[in-house]
Design a protein around this ligand. Structure first.
Ligand SMILES: Cc1ncc(COP(=O)(O)O)c(C=O)c1O
Length: 384
């Protein structure tokens, strides 16, 4: 019967990251710098709020778009942090940023529509684009320090382009775009009937400049959808709380898809999220400080090894090349087999990631030190 299932589902490949883990999972004594989530625990007061929410019987369906106090709080939170003006009715509480991306794509795309993606990029977008009937068109940013440029954007727009995903700070590259760079892109986009999905899930983790949201730009705000959430900012990946900010006219359409998909985000997590962005508004600060210290440590170690690396502006990843004849997948396997170090092969982030390796620094300094010693050991061996 397998041949009868939905063709789009059949055509989706399992992710490159998963393939890699299937191969390395059985091995012992592997030190992994692969994780894509904070290594901190959810703040204690957030956990306590969730416990109380259960005890107080906040355990039934909530309004589809989320409980009003939380939507109010999100509206104030994004105003204070990113100077964004969104009324509570323009806020939709979702099941992680992932579901926010999914419902946005399903709301916007018709069969055959193209979605522009600056690659290498988070592997979660393409399957969702395809499930929604669209086509992912990658733009190679590897020659532009992994930044989407005006020229490249202009070159890739076709009559079929329905939207572009602007994913900064970036997973896997750690690169972000400045206000000037984003304004440059918006000058192009305002001339076209193209939607902008700006995935800002790492906005709380920027190290050079404060995060600038694309939705600050008035000329394009009416066709921009902001994706954000608490997974990375508050170490809450398992609570599955994202939020979506949308133009007033679009929010009811997004809510329809959301409603028939999940009814609402988990009631208990919504109460926890409310604590996180009100009393816990500053919770991300010490975590960011720790990531910054780790980033600087990893950067100087990689430089000392003679590797060419971009110092990341945000998130918690390094994306770099190791001189080798091997494909990034085989190189990552060789690292596992020779020095017991797991890093993610760059091709997991699309073909423009080929030749690169992603290292996550969402680990203690001790673990990072050991991992980097192993990498250094590998590089010494391969010189011989
Ligand atoms: C760029 C990017 N967007 C979205 C997500 C999904 O976030 P969530 O766990 O909130 O669904 C991730 C998770 O790693 C990510 O890296």
């Amino acid at each position: 019967m397998e041949h009868l299932i939905n063709t789009r589902v059949k055509n989706i490949e399992i992710s490159g990251i998963r393939k890699f883990f299937n191969l390395v999972n059985e091995k012992n004594d592997i030190l992994s710098l692969t994780i894509g989530q904070p290594d901190f625990f959810t703040p204690e007061h957030v956990k306590q709020t969730a416990i109380h929410a259960i005890q107080d019987n906040h355990t039934s369906y909530t309004p589809n778009a989320g409980i009003l106090p939380l939507r109010n709080a999100v509206s104030e939170y994004v105003k204070e942090l990113y100077q964004l003006d969104y009324k509570p009715e323009q806020v939709l509480i979702t099941v992680g940023a992932s579901q926010a991306i999914d419902i946005t794509l399903r709301t916007l795309l018709n069969a055959g529509d193209e979605v522009l993606l600056p690659g290498p990029v988070y592997p979660g977008y393409q399957p969702l684009i395809e499930l929604a009937g669209g086509k992912a068109t990658y733009i190679d940013t590897s020659n532009d320090n992994f930044k989407l440029t005006v020229d490249q954007l202009e070159k890739h727009i076709t009559p079929k382009t329905k939207c572009v995903i602007i994913p900064y700070p970036s997973n896997p590259t750690g690169v972000s775009l400045t206000e000037t760079e984003l304004r440059g892109l918006s000058d192009v986009l305002k001339k076209h009937h193209i939607f902008i999905i700006t995935d800002e899930i790492y906005s709380a983790l920027t190290y050079h400049e404060d995060h600038f949201s694309m939705a600050r730009i008035e000329e394009i705000k009416e066709k921009t959808i902001v994706i954000n959430g608490l997974s990375k900012s508050h170490a809450m990946t398992g609570w599955r709380i994202g939020f979506l900010l949308a133009p007033q006219w679009l929010a009811p359409h997004l809510t329809k898809v959301h409603q028939y998909n999940v009814s609402c985000a988990t009631s208990i997590s919504q109460h926890a999220a409310l604590a996180a962005i009100t009393n816990g508004k500053d919770d991300p600060i010490p975590m960011k400080q720790a990531y910054l210290e780790r980033r600087d440590y990893v950067y100087q170690r990689l430089k000392k090894m003679g590797l060419e690396v971009i110092k990341p502006d945000g998130a918690f990843y390094f994306f770099f090349k190791i001189n080798s004849e091997l494909s990034s997948f085989d190189l990552a396997l060789e690292l596992v087999n020779t020095v017991g170090l797991a890093l993610v092969p760059g091709d997991a982030f699309g073909s423009f990631g080929e030749g690169y390796i992603r290292l996550s620094y969402a680990y203690s300094l001790e673990t990072l030190t050991e991992g980097l010693n192993r990498l250094e050991d590998y590089l010494q061996r391969s010189k011989r």
